[in-house]
Design a protein around this ligand. Structure first.
Ligand code: MSP
Length: 512
């Protein structure tokens, strides 16, 4: 079994400051990177910024800046956001870096040498906002204004000399690939969209522009810059030191395990990208997962709509882990979801402060008072203790399959159930009434601590900072977290000291 795991986020356009949609893609990718790491995989997690193309050139012009200076300024805000979100990324790539130029031009040369690219003329619609070409039937006319049907963004008519990629040749191989690799595109509904798009016929794709210069030049014809999506998609290879396919990083991590993307950029990742790779004879990524959007009201959050929720402000007010938890739990993964302050506050109060935080607090405080922060040394599980503890072992294979199928919803539902069970156990067992029975009292505390440990390991990829506070109290360091250990019912050493914990999540009162 290949234990290496390579996960990518989309590389973000530094045309404006990052927003909640960007934070969402990154947090989900971080969840998978962390969980794979504690499962013992060697992980490479990549994120970065997509800095070429007309969209960026125009955004820079608006500010009277050179595109590179403009990108330098905004790319930093994305890099900072990665830190603010506590991402465990191994690299942050910028498409203006030399390593990326080399990689893109190499891929271009391969495609050109294989006669997959030819020179012709493009005339048709182009959306600068999406950096996408659209055919007539993908356009709507609203009071004389032409827009893309799918994204609603403005399109303009373009007529210029352009290189074309023979996408039409790859229609059948792509359909065959989707059929033979039924999990290549996830979730299922997105796969169906892609398959029907490809079945409706693929036209050759314009892959260069001549009317502006902000991009990577076509090596054989520097009057052209390479289409920004061909440029951008190649970042996934550049970060592994492509074209050096003998490089350790490349050998260890290509093909990518999951390209995590938003549903709006599915066509680029699930049609164009695999077609480029098939044409260049490079192995295809194993999976493309198209998640839904974070909506503000009923609409996608975007700069042009002016309905952006700033992740930094939310984090300042509520903390990072609550935001991570909310986005992972309350947005049904794969579908669109909503975030509002009211919903976030109620989630913090019910799940984090009450269910998880309070459980930890009560058990640790009870232990401190009665056992002086020591893991009990005399214990004997009864049948019902074992049933509760064994839930984790019993569901272990399910959990692994949830993770491998990106079924985050089932994964977190399991955690919530176990939290409920653990709280109920502590309440029903009433350890405060067992003061004369040292063994039973010790056992209840031991079981409760074990449940907290197991649940906390499951929570670690979601709320790493808070989870680490608890794991550290058990003397478990970050690099020692072992997912498998949730199967064990006797992980905690009898008689060992634990550390006092502070309140993890403060309840938000109405007037805060
Ligand atoms: N630069 C391209 C991606 C190139 S990848 C080779 C791009 N950038 S983007 O900044 O516009 O969007 C990046 C990601 O953020 C996309 O996956 C997009 O779906 C996601 N989101 C942008 N707004 C979003 C929401 N409101 N909600 C969730 N994600 C959305 O596209």
């Amino acid at each position: 079994m290949n234990k290496n795991f390579y996960i990518t986020t989309p590389i973000y356009y530094p045309s404006a400051k990052p927003h909640m949609g960007h934070a969402y893609s990154s947090i989900i990718a971080d969840f998978f990177a962390r969980i794979k790491k504690i499962q013992g995989s060697k992980v490479f997690f990549l994120t970065g910024t997509d800095e070429h193309g007309l969209k960026i050139q125009r955004a820079a012009e608006k500010k009277n800046m050179k595109p590179k200076d403009f990108c330098d300024e905004i790319s930093i805000t994305f890099r900072d956001l990665s830190k603010t979100l506590n991402l465990s990324n191994n690299d942050f790539i910028r498409t203006t870096e030399k390593r990326h130029f080399v990689s893109v031009q190499n891929l271009w040369n391969i495609l050109e040498n294989k006669k997959e690219i030819y020179l012709s003329k493009y005339s048709g619609w182009y959306s600068v906002s999406d950096e996408a070409f659209y055919s007539d039937d993908e356009i709507i006319d609203e009071d004389g204004i032409k827009k893309s049907k799918s994204s609603g963004s403005l399109v303009e008519w373009v007529e210029e000399e352009s290189y074309f990629f023979k996408l039409s040749n790859w229609e059948k191989p792509l359909l065959k690939y989707y059929e033979e690799n039924p999990n290549f595109i996830m979730p299922e509904s997105r796969k169906n969209e892609v398959v029907s798009f490809v079945k409706s016929g693929l036209k050759d794709l314009s892959v260069s522009r001549k009317s502006f210069s902000w991009g990577i030049k076509v090596p054989s014809n520097p009057n052209h810059v390479i289409y920004v999506w061909l440029d951008a998609l190649t970042n996934y290879l550049s970060a592994l030191n492509y074209p050096d396919t003998n490089d350790k990083l490349f050998k260890d991590f290509w093909p990518a395990s999951v390209h995590l993307i938003g549903k709006d950029i599915l066509r680029f990742h699930a049609v164009y990208w695999p077609a480029f790779l098939l044409a260049a004879n490079i192995p295809l990524p194993k999976r493309v997962y198209g998640h839904g959007w974070i909506l503000s009201g009923d609409e996608k959050m975007s700069k042009s709509k002016g309905n952006i929720l700033d992740p930094i402000e939310i984090i300042k007010k509520y903390g990072l882990d609550p935001l991570r938890y909310y986005l992972i739990k309350e947005v049904s993964f794969g579908n669109d979801g909503n975030i509002s302050k009211e919903k976030l506050e109620s989630c913090i109060n019910s799940d984090l402060a009450n269910n998880y935080g309070n459980l930890c607090q009560r058990v640790f405080a009870f232990n401190e008072k009665n056992l002086k922060l020591e893991i009990p040394s005399k214990i004997k599980f009864n049948d019902s203790d074992l049933v509760i503890l064994n839930n984790f072992d019993k569901n272990y294979d399910n959990l692994i399959s949830f993770i491998d199928n990106q079924d985050i919803n089932s994964y977190i539902n399991f955690i919530v159930q176990q939290l409920f069970t653990a709280n109920k156990y502590f309440n029903d067992e009433e350890p405060w009434k067992k003061k004369g029975d040292e063994e039973r009292l010790g056992t209840i505390i031991y079981v409760s601590l074990e449940l907290i440990r197991k649940i906390t390991i499951l929570l670690y990829p979601i709320i790493p900072t808070s989870a680490l506070k608890i794991l550290n109290a058990f003397e478990i360091n970050e690099n020692e977290i072992d997912f498998k250990s949730i199967k064990s019912n006797n992980f905690l050493n009898l008689g060992q000291k634990i550390k006092k914990i502070n309140i993890l999540f403060k309840k938000i009162e109405k007037n805060d």
